[in-house]
Design a binder for this molecule. Structure first.
Ligand SMILES: *Cc1c(COP(=O)(O)O)cnc(C)c1O
Length: 372
């Protein structure tokens, strides 16, 4: 059994993928080919925003968003303490200070209450400029944007949605990657919509930021690549990856999202009496980058993982360490207690989840967790 079975997905769409890859090679238009533009158009339509700009990966997408918003030294940027490293890394890379905010125990996402508390603390201290919030759609579930936006509006902060895991999720029919002033995603192979290498995208309705990002991603280009009007980076999506994503986006829209939601429902119905299963609040929809359960203690969690492994069932711990406890952030200005994050790091376990899980495998996972 695979934790996330990319081979099974490929087998399902092999002919289309192979044909589209061959076409790119035949045309030899490897950089910024037509497929890149076409993909950007389709992604913007699917998400419901004006501009989509693809780039090299999800981390670059965050950096491009931060560059467009001019995040810099002296700025405080509020980031959930429970997330993948890149969400905070990019803040420090820009010279700004990440402030790690505790998450909700139920949803794994940034707590709006704790966010406001952190903002007030930093404001009172007066050392940093209140600049932006990077909210993360962890495990496929959009963060609580209705409440987070109230807070960013109240304190005049920019909002970046890190939708690297969230592509395909929804709040009241509105799609993930449309909630930030600027939103980002990743096409890393194991993400909800993945390519066959690295890839990413930035989304925004703002023309000025879209133009800036279009320039930043190609060496700060002006009229063309050899007219350089600002310092940028080199971060583009390969035409081959765009061609692959055009095929995969169809499968994603047509059936993959439905399939993962069906599997999540079965897991939850069968397991909620035995372990804490994910909570999806009213109006929210997850794209199930991960299906993550919570155990009563670290000891029970670690035991369950070992026993599942013995039965040939892969599981993962996302994430074992709070961001504020990472060595890279040890000199950070603010370290709040963040009790939920610490508890989650010790007690979470992600189970196999992907659209091609067979019923037989789903039942094996369920029976093993029940038994153990
Ligand atoms: C994967 C991920 C990223 C980074 O994406 P890459 O494409 O690997 O650079 C950023 N944020 C979160 C929350 C992620 O899960």
């Amino acid at each position: 059994m695979q934790f996330r079975d990319l081979k099974a997905q490929y087998n399902n769409i092999r002919d289309d993928i192979n044909r589209e890859i061959s076409k790119v090679i035949d045309d030899s238009n490897f950089i910024m080919g037509n497929q890149v533009r076409e993909l950007e158009k389709e992604l913007a339509e699917f998400v419901g925003v004006k501009h989509c700009l693809t780039c090299g990966n999800g981390t670059d997408a965050l950096q491009l968003a931060a560059m467009a918003l001019d995040i810099k030294k002296g700025d405080a940027v509020f980031v959930p303490d429970f997330t993948f490293f890149a969400s905070g890394e990019i803040v420090s890379l820009m010279g700004a200070t990440p402030v790690f905010v505790d998450v909700d125990y139920d949803t794994f996402n940034m707590s709006p209450l704790k966010l406001e508390e952190a903002i007030l603390n930093v404001k009172k201290d007066g050392k940093l400029n209140l600049k932006a919030v990077i909210a993360v759609d962890l495990f496929g579930l959009p963060a609580d944007y209705p409440r987070i936006k109230e807070i960013t509006n109240k304190y005049g902060l920019n909002l970046i949605e890190d939708g690297a895991q969230g592509f395909g999720g929804e709040i009241n029919g509105e799609k993930a990657c449309s909630f930030g002033d600027i939103s980002t995603t990743s096409f890393f192979p194991a993400k909800p919509l993945g390519c066959y290498g690295d890839g990413g995208a930035v989304f925004t309705n703002n023309d000025k930021w879209a133009n800036l990002i279009d320039s930043y991603r190609v060496h700060g280009k002006g009229e063309n690549k050899y007219d350089n009007v600002r310092i940028g980076i080199n971060s583009r999506l390969d035409t081959i990856q765009a061609a692959i994503l055009l095929v995969k986006l169809k499968a994603f829209k047509n059936y993959e999202l439905k399939k993962v939601n069906r599997i999540a429902n079965i897991y939850t119905n069968e397991l909620s009496k035995y372990v804490k299963t994910p909570i999806i609040n009213n109006g929210f929809m997850s794209s199930w980058a991960q299906y993550t359960i919570k155990l009563e203690s670290k000891q029970l969690r670690d035991q369950l993982q070992i026993k599942l492994r013995e039965e040939g069932i892969p599981s993962m711990i996302y994430y074992p360490k709070p961001m504020h406890m990472q060595q890279a952030f040890e000199d950070n200005l603010y370290n709040f207690k963040n009790n939920n994050t610490k508890l989650l790091c010790d007690t979470v376990l992600s189970l196999p989840m992907h659209p091609y899980l067979e019923d037989e495998d789903i039942n094996r996972v369920i029976n093993s967790v029940k038994k153990l």
